[in-house]
Write a protein that binds this ligand. Structure first.
Ligand SMILES: [Zn+2]
Length: 302
């Protein structure tokens, strides 16, 4: 019987990563993959399923994702319903119980943060795509730092042999975060209280962190495209409030945002909501560097 050699070969193929080899981390958002690389160094191999230029509510499930999930030691998801439209089907096909919700190899990153706009009862007023609360906390540096703390614990749990390495990388990460975030805040300080209109409510966590205020959204409800009627109503509502900027992600159309911005006397800014959304934003730090520069870099001064 040739079964024994086949079994041996299979066992080799399916064996967990050997000591010193990388933990296979799959993340939904590119920001989480960057966090895993920062905290895990050469102990992790991280890949993201969503590109920074894609709407994370709606992602085409590729067969390569099924394979990646099948082999993954850890899946980091955003949670709060962001991936409900595409991740469950991939997980069913991947047949890897470790990375299912509740499994040791699944980290729901939203556990690290205080969610906004969580409905108190069954209430669809926030729209279908935000029915579990606002899931876009990854636009806030502070929220991503909280996620980093949680991820550090999880990586250590799965890879305890490199405790000293994780501790050293954490110190570097935390020091860089403190320094950069102080610089970002200082750059945004002159804009304190500025009202900002948004296309989709991807920015509420960032607005809070930066001390800016939301003047409303062009979408009547999250996931419902703006209509001319709603945009006209928002213009009337915000008249006199001095809306100076309109923010939107790279993956939404700009036609109605342009109309709104022009009539409101504001500037339309297409900002990187996730790592890789714009050229030069391939890392966590450069994503926020670019974002802050775009917001603070008023051509006519504050
Ligand atoms: Zn959303």
């Amino acid at each position: 019987m040739a079964l024994a050699p086949i079994a041996a070969a299979l066992a080799l193929l399916l064996a967990p990563a050997a000591a010193g080899a990388a933990l296979r981390v799959v993340t939904t958002l590119p920001d989480f993959a960057e966090l895993a690389r920062e905290l895990g160094g050469d102990r992790v191999q991280a890949e993201a399923m969503v590109r920074g230029s894609q709407d994370p509510h709606f992602v085409d499930a590729k067969p390569s994702f099924v394979l990646a999930l099948n082999r993954a030691d850890l899946l980091v998801s955003n949670g709060l319903g962001l991936e409900d439209g595409w991740l469950p089907a991939l997980l069913r096909q991947a047949r890897n119980p470790e990375v299912l919700p509740g499994g040791r190899g699944h980290l729901d990153a939203s556990r690290a943060i205080q969610a906004r706009d969580v409905p108190s009862a069954v209430d669809r007023s926030m729209g279908d795509v935000h029915a579990g609360g606002n899931p876009h906390y990854y636009t806030s540096p502070e929220a991503l730092f909280q996620v980093a703390r949680l991820l550090e614990e999880k990586l250590l749990e799965l890879d305890p042999e490199d405790r000293a390495g994780y501790a050293a990388r954490w110190r570097t990460f935390e020091a860089t975060y403190r320094e950069r975030s102080a610089a970002w805040r200082a750059r945004l300080a002159p804009l304190q209280g500025m009202p900002v209109a948004v296309y989709h409510r991807s920015w509420d966590y960032l607005l809070d962190w930066a001390g800016l205020t939301s003047a409303g959204a062009l979408e009547p409800k999250p996931g419902i495209p703006p209509s001319a009627a709603h945009v006209t109503r928002l213009l009337a509502e915000t008249r006199g409030r001095g809306v100076r900027q309109v923010w939107q992600e790279v993956y939404h159309p700009t036609s109605l945002s342009k109309v709104f911005a022009e009539k409101a006397g504001a500037r339309l800014l297409v900002l990187p909501s996730m790592v890789g959304a714009l050229p030069g934003t391939d890392h966590l730090w450069t994503k926020f560097d670019r974002l802050v520069e775009l917001v603070a870099g008023e051509p006519n001064g504050p």
